[in-house]
Design a binder for this molecule. Sequence first.
Ligand code: TRP
Ligand code: ZN
Length: 878
Amino acid sequence: MNDMSSPPAVHSPEPAHAATNRLDYRVPDWQVPEIALDFALSPEATRVRATLSVTRTAPNAPLRLNGDGIAVATLSVDGQVHNHWDMDGNDLVIMLPGDRHEVTIETVINPVANTQLSGLYASNGLLCTQCEAEGFRRITFFPDRPDVLSRYQVRMSGDKAQFPVLLSNGNPVASGDGPAGTHWAQWDDPWLKPSYLFALVAGDLVAQRDSFVTMSGRKVDLAIYVRPGDETRTDHAMRSLIASMAWDEKAYGREYDLDLFNIVAVSDFNAGAMENKGLNVFNTRYILADPETANDGDYDAIEGVVAHEYFHNWSGNRVTCRDWFQLSLKEGFTVLRDQQFSADRGSAPVKRIEDVRVLRAAQFPEDSGPLAHPIRPDSYQEISNFYTATVYNKGAEVIRMMDVMTGPERFRQGTDLYFDRHDGQAATCEDFVKAIEDGAGIDLAQFRRWYEQAGTPRIDVTMAHAGDTVTLTLKQTVPPTPGQPDKQPMVIPLRTALFDRATAKHSGEHLLVLTDAEHTFTFTGHATAPVVSINRGFSAPVALNNPLADADLVFLAAHDDDPFARYEAMQQLVVQHLVAAITDKLSDTARDSGRAAIGEAFAKVVADPALDDLMRGEFIILPGEGYLAEQLDPVDPGRVRAEREGLKAWLGTHLSEAWRALHDRTAAISGAASGTFSLDPVSRGARKLKTQALVYLAAADPAEAIRRAAAQYAAADNMTDRQGALMVLCGLDTPEREAALADFARRFAGNALVIDKWFSLQAASLHPHAIEHVKALAKHPEFTLANPNRARALYMGFMANTAAFHDPSGEGYRMIADLILTLDPINGSLAARFVPPLGRFRKFEPGRAALMRGELERIAAVTTLSRDVREQVSKSLG
Ligand code: TRP
Ligand code: ZN
């Protein structure tokens, strides 16, 4: 363990780990058409016997098998003890005389000691696996790369009382009792798959079962396995699964291909969930829900993640990745598919706004920082570091642009061809683009730059009007990123409409496709200068600089018929104002007129009878501190917090009657007052606005907000209302805060997912002493770094709290650096996730930048860092 009280000794930094480069790809020397695995399960010493049928594809090459932290116990070839092998670092290299052999290797692994949660590990009494990206090599020696596709036969045996349920991929083919209270099961997966899709789960689990009949009439048995006691909280996940299966048939023509589909929920998990063939493994947080313990956002996240993993069955499993540089082939496409699914299930415009908000909060900063990379990276040291918002979310945006340009029918012809052409293959992003080109009939030659160039393109818009003609000039700049100083122009599809001021209408939307560095478009028939609405629906993932007068933004916020554009106008109105205020560019009169414009837009939105509450809620969310910081150079986070809170307080006061009325109205629609909990849009909209009204009131009139929040907390019959009220109380220095926190902890004691909320609410709160709270919480008996959800709840919550994390003392930076050093030996890939916020030091004012950099250097000086943390820290320091 790291001793955090004494500073680490300073050594010269280790040489950077060898990079893997995309262009070095070579086809494998050997294939493994079949593998039989036999597990003798035991928490501290599981014996794994792997029998590989190997076939040579390159003359003379030895068989090279990857391993990680494992040793050969026995090795035989074609049934004979074989001594012609060697270790080359972690790789097992076996000299083989012929072109086909059967290689049997035994290893012994210790799941309980596996704190990295990669490979076979223990969680809450269960044994489970996580093999993506390179975890299979922690179980047995194997060519652990996604272009080696094998047929898996799995046998496992273990203590029947300890492991009553034994699961793996594919179909169960046999089971029975063994000696001394053991039992065994055999599973056979008929579909060829790469090693990263292998899974095994053993333990005391109960299943919720249902079934689904596919479009060709096959019945599929569905089961969601959870720990006993949790089976009452799986209904929403099951509904989501069934809806996903139906949707993929209708939207993409994709049918499920096994007779059963199993999901297991585990409480220790590095990511959200994993798409193992026929046996998805989930973080409990994306499965378990009931109204008392899950908020509306949790319900949405469950639906989205269940769909995401299910959709991987085609976009990921049937067509997999040739190598890990192609990760966006499965992830970008699957994110797009889950976004489309969720849009169809609920409010499409609200979903689009949420997705763009995530992109801007998580991906834009990545694209403008030292870790920027294209959606198809060219090089990595540790692939775990490339499961990023760029590969996932920007990857989805890039494919969405293809859809925008082709239209949905032709896009579907493209995806049909892709699935057809590459079914059963390990494919590349290039294969995907080519299939869309061929199937949809579109030339994507220049568009491919989206796969090659990192950085968020910036579009500068100028409009001129003369006579009846409008001239729009669009200039694109793709900023330099590490290793890519000069950029080529991108293909940028921008949905655009020109609004007549008098009628508040436009005469049809245009799809402007920008291909050059500068592009001019003319439109005739405009007697007066129109208001231009551009990048409607966020048709391209760019940063648009379209300077509009406040009055024009108020106009679009009220009249644009594209809901996203309406939201965007509201955001731009607020962003322009806050950026000017933060950078001291506002005179008192400009501040007043800016606030007045924002107040007018808010008042219209709050009162607009044509809006449903879910959408109304989107329009009144202030741009986040992180997104505001993106617009500033350098950033002073204290100023961002102060101006944003100042505007919130002003709106709270200016519209106080409206907020009170809104809180009264929504409190009556949902919550205990209505007597029943519902996920319908009216109830959800009411719950969303109820807490938003409290947020504005809290900024203006804390005493009244405390009264209302305490009442909302006490009356709550659901987690959305309860958590919202607690969040508001948590930001205020008041005795009601302590009372509510104590009640919450008592009420939900033993429910790990809810206790995570308790930690993260305090870490992310507006309370002036948030740093002290986090320090104390780190010593709380319920806190542990061994559980990723708990570690993330406290420390990701804290890093999202920009004013606290960026406390001018540097205490926040030190705390995170200490965390990284303590967590690294336990779970390196999780530790690496905390590095990027420190790595953005160049964005901040010099005092903070130096403190952040100093902490990165302190980490870099440690010689024993994981490859994960080493890569992120050294790239951040540049
Ligand atoms: N493939 C998974 C998904 O997209 C992501 C994932 C699961 C993962 N487990 C992981 C990524 C472990 C890195 C490490 O849903
Ligand atoms: Zn995925």
